[in-house]
Design a protein around this ligand. Structure first.
Ligand code: BV8
Length: 236
């Protein structure tokens, strides 16, 4: 069985990482959609760096760790015989820390920085600023940006996602409000034969595209659902 999983901020909520729309999508009075854009970065790089520095520091706090949903996905992947791809919209590293291997962070990664000139990507756990020197060219100042896909920018791995989705047998969307495209449209690129399962606290604009909608917390419902798949002869 070829399985595609798509996760959003809701899977990390119980780990203490704030969601976007649960916090009404505001940050210090700014709409996230206004801060997470190349235009905002061009006009006010300090503000945008501050936004991501704050989130990077939070992610690196001792208390922030994978929850039962992240762990269940990693364990399921380890047991699964068929193809498995975990696409996440999240920029945290909780799936990776839980042990998931085939992770595709389609909106980038908070713990990485990218050189705006060369496109080089670096692991990055410190603050970033307009005065941050390039790791391999110290006299090149201010060339680094967060390795994040902003609104209006092309998400990562779209071709791989599309080709995986077109013949997958099971698609599971977990903890996403399904309002951001093209991520929200992935469900519609799965074949008619694919079983589509949505695990979320609330209904979403895409809920009617799913065969099964499970309402509840990811840390409870994801392990429960994945265990049900492990039951011999279970057809989701
Ligand atoms: C693109 C990184 C072109 C940044 C993110 C005008 C101008 C430009 C573009 C557009 C435009 N109008 C529309 C667009 C397209 C735009 C878009 O969709 N906008 C929306 C707002 C309408 N999309 C883009 O710009 C994308 N790029 O279109 O480029 C293109 C496209 C294709 C091909 C070529 C070119 C780029 C979008 C990526 C933006 N970057 N993140 C950062 O993180 O700072 S998006 C950001 O919001 C997150 O990464 C996340 O992906 C996204 C959605 O959030 P969710 O993950 O769903 O989280 P949310 O809080 O919304 O929902 C949480 C859900 O969990 C809720 O339903 C809740 O009920 C549930 N939940 C909560 N707790 C739990 C739970 N469920 C279970 N258990 C719990 N405990």
């Amino acid at each position: 069985m070829k399985i595609l999983v798509l996760t959003g901020a809701g899977i990390s909520a119980e780990s203490g990482v704030p969601t976007f729309r649960g916090s009404d999508g505001l940050w210090e009075g700014h709409r996230v959609e206004q801060v997470a854009t190349p235009e905002a970065f061009h006009q006010n790089p300090e503000l945008v760096h501050k936004f991501y520095n704050m989130r990077r520091r939070k992610l690196l706090e001792e208390s922030i760790k994978p929850n039962a949903a992240h762990i269940a996905l990693a364990e399921f992947e380890g047991r699964h015989q068929g193809e498995f791809l975990l696409v996440t919209q999240n920029i945290d590293d909780l799936h990776q820390r839980a042990g998931s291997r085939n992770v595709l962070p389609m909106h980038g990664e908070l713990l990485k920085a990218r050189c705006g000139l060369t496109g080089e990507v670096f692991d990055w756990r410190d603050d970033l600023g307009i005065d941050t020197p390039h790791p391999s060219e110290p006299d090149l100042i201010g060339a680094l940006r967060p390795h994040i896909v902003w609104f209006g920018e092309m998400p990562m791995g779209l071709e791989r996602i599309a080709s995986f989705a077109q013949d997958c047998d099971l698609f599971i969307a977990i903890g996403t409000s399904a309002v951001v495209y093209p991520a929200a449209g992935i469900v519609q690129s799965t074949p008619a034969t694919c079983r589509r399962v949505e695990i979320n606290l609330d209904d979403t604009p895409q809920s009617d595209k799913f065969d099964i909608t499970i309402r509840g917390k990811a840390s409870i419902e994801v392990p429960k659902f994945l265990n049900s798949l492990a039951t011999p002869g279970h057809r989701p």
